[in-house]
Write a protein that binds this ligand. Structure first.
Ligand SMILES: Cc1cc2nc3c(=O)[nH]c(=O)nc-3n(C[C@H](O)[C@H](O)[C@H](O)COP(=O)(O)OP(=O)(O)OC[C@H]3O[C@@H](n4cnc5c(N)ncnc54)[C@H](O)[C@@H]3O)c2cc1C
Length: 502
């Protein structure tokens, strides 16, 4: 086992003194520094060299006061801190820092559900609270509110997921869009409450998002400007009824028609939720292994994937979405969506079951890892305008590049009104160094080609953040850097997150 990395520019003796000071701040049991203890914090699924992302230690505070003490130590010794809530940012970097030698500030011990308001449909929670914990809380108290989960819901946190602007599949699927009020510790230890949180004895912190003056919450998402210690959430009132529908298109080139048929239904909010439009290969990962589909060279040929899918009764494209409301509303909406989707060539299964669209926690999505073993996963997440022509263009482009690198093309598109998050998992065997390098090269090529066609990205993993920031333009990079210099002049908080540094 190798010796843990040191923070950049900090000698071993000085780091030992910093660790002692961290222990004074949070208690000896809550500071990790042995290589064996740090191992899980340096493991990534991404096709990047792990040595570039090894932490130097882990500190686990339990309160804002402890975080402030940790920050004072970090400032004194110039130790960078990489904050995680539950640290399960799988396929984007897990708990590992963007650069080697940072101390992971693991907030999992801060796991209090501070308030839930059943009437207003709001919650106020700490970063270590998981979706499972929050759901148990609601169920134990018979509070009729639904949660919207990302696929690894039982294991992960609303705070970490929302700060990444992650998503789920109900009408509340835009997680950052349902954040209302945050408490943030800044790099100098000062405490900010956003929105109406600063009003003495505030009564509406979780009810109203904007407050007075500039609306700053977005600055703390996908960034390194602060440590979020409390987050307000809006939760969906349990609908009286819901129906999940599976629409299936049987030909690969139906995809443009499918998207053009879905868009008006999303824009009119007849379909309220973030349904997913997935291709046959992604669907197959939930039921079979790659070797049973194809064992030839290179990526699975599209024709072979479709032939196998057909033999199992699966279509080329599946769109799983739900209708929510009273039974009467659902009956009317069913007629509207059926007519529109059938006109585009779809066949419909009217009563399907999808846990994520039904307030049920599940780890079903992890079957993705059975596809070819080896645990490698890297999400390629371009944003696509919600238009058939653009989806066809992105699909052709991604397929061509992935084929050239022997990577299977899979996509699960989250369909919003005007945009689509075209989330493509690159699944690979991380134990195979040559394959890992191939996927990394492929990923860089995808980034460059999509940006050249004018497409941006919704999110990316460590190891790719500098490149993605560069592709979004120098003005926004400069702006972020100026904020960083003002708020955190010594670059203590998460250097390299989203490509932002002092
Ligand atoms: C099979 C599979 C399916 C997946 N499906 C989805 C999905 O449906 N939707 C989705 O969104 N993701 C999905 N993911 C990706 C990922 O696992 C989730 O997004 C997960 O919620 C992120 O991990 P976390 O909640 O533990 O966040 P963390 O790892 O705790 O945080 C993520 C990042 O946010 C920042 N951060 C976290 N907490 C704080 C804080 N308190 N203050 C300041 N900054 C902070 C840090 O930069 C951190 O790296 C999937 C992954 C897998 C493997």
């Amino acid at each position: 086992m190798s010796t843990p990395a040191l923070p950049p520019g900090v000698g071993a003796g000085e780091f030992a003194r910093a660790l002692a000071a961290f222990r004074d701040a949070v208690g000896a049991n809550h500071v990790l520094s042995d290589a064996a203890q740090l191992l899980p914090y340096g493991r990534v699924m991404l096709p990047v060299p792990e040595e570039e992302h090894q932490p130097s230690g882990v500190v686990m505070p339990q309160s804002v006061a402890e975080i402030q003490r940790v920050l004072a130590v970090a400032q004194r010794y110039k130790i960078p801190l990489w904050t995680v809530s539950t640290g399960r940012n799988f396929g984007y970097g897990s708990a590992a820092p963007a650069t080697a030698g940072q101390v992971v500030l693991d907030l999992k011990r801060m796991n209090r559900i501070i308030a839930v308001d059943g009437e207003l449909g709001t919650a106020l929670i700490e970063p270590g609270v998981t979706y499972k914990q929050l759901q148990d809380h609601l169920r134990e108290r018979n509070i009729p509110l639904w949660l919207d989960f990302p696929a690894p819901g039982p294991l992960v946190s609303p705070v970490g997921n929302s700060l990444e602007r992650g998503g789920g599949l109900t009408p509340y699927g835009d997680h950052f869009g349902h954040v209302c009020g945050m408490e943030v510790v800044l790099a100098d230890g000062s405490l900010l409450k956003t929105g109406l949180g600063g009003v003495a004895n505030t009564q509406s912190w979780q009810a109203h998002r904007y407050g007075f003056g500039p609306y700053v919450d977005g600055l703390f998402s996908q960034s390194n400007f602060g440590i979020v210690t409390k987050m307000g959430l809006w939760l969906m009132p349990a609908p009286p009824a819901h129906r999940t529908i599976m629409a299936q298109w049987w030909r690969d080139d139906d995809i443009g028609r499918a998207v053009d048929a879905i868009r008006p239904l999303r824009l009119s909010e007849t379909i309220q939720n973030f349904g997913v439009l997935a291709n046959a290969t992604l669907i197959m990962t939930s039921m079979t292994k790659r070797r049973d589909v194809y064992d030839g060279p290179g990526a699975i040929p599209t024709a072979r994937a479709l032939e196998f899918a057909k033999s199992k009764g699966l279509p080329a494209w599946v769109y799983l979405f739900s209708l929510y409301g009273t039974q009467e509303q659902i009956d009317v909406d069913t007629r509207i969506v059926t007519a529109a989707l059938e006109a585009s060539g779809a066949t419909l299964v009217l009563d399907f079951h999808d846990p994520m669209q039904s307030n049920e926690l599940s780890l079903q999505a992890f079957t993705l890892f059975n596809w070819n073993g080896g645990g490698g996963l890297c999400w390629f997440s371009p944003v696509c305008p919600n238009r058939g022509t653009d989806v066809v263009r992105q699909t052709d482009l991604a397929r061509r590049i992935m084929d050239a690198h022997g990577v299977d093309f899979m996509t699960g598109m989250t369909i919003n009104g005007r945009d689509i998050l075209n989330v493509m998992p690159l699944v690979f065997n991380r134990a195979d160094a040559a394959e890992t390098l191939r996927v990394r090269t492929c990923f860089h090529e995808l980034l460059t080609a999509f940006a050249a066609d004018g497409y941006g990205f919704y999110r990316t993993g460590i190891g790719f953040m500098d490149r993605v920031a560069e592709l979004h333009g120098s003005a926004s990079r400069d702006f972020a850097q100026r904020l960083k210099r003002a708020l955190d002049p010594h670059g203590i908080l998460a250097p390299g997150k989203s490509g932002i540094r002092v």
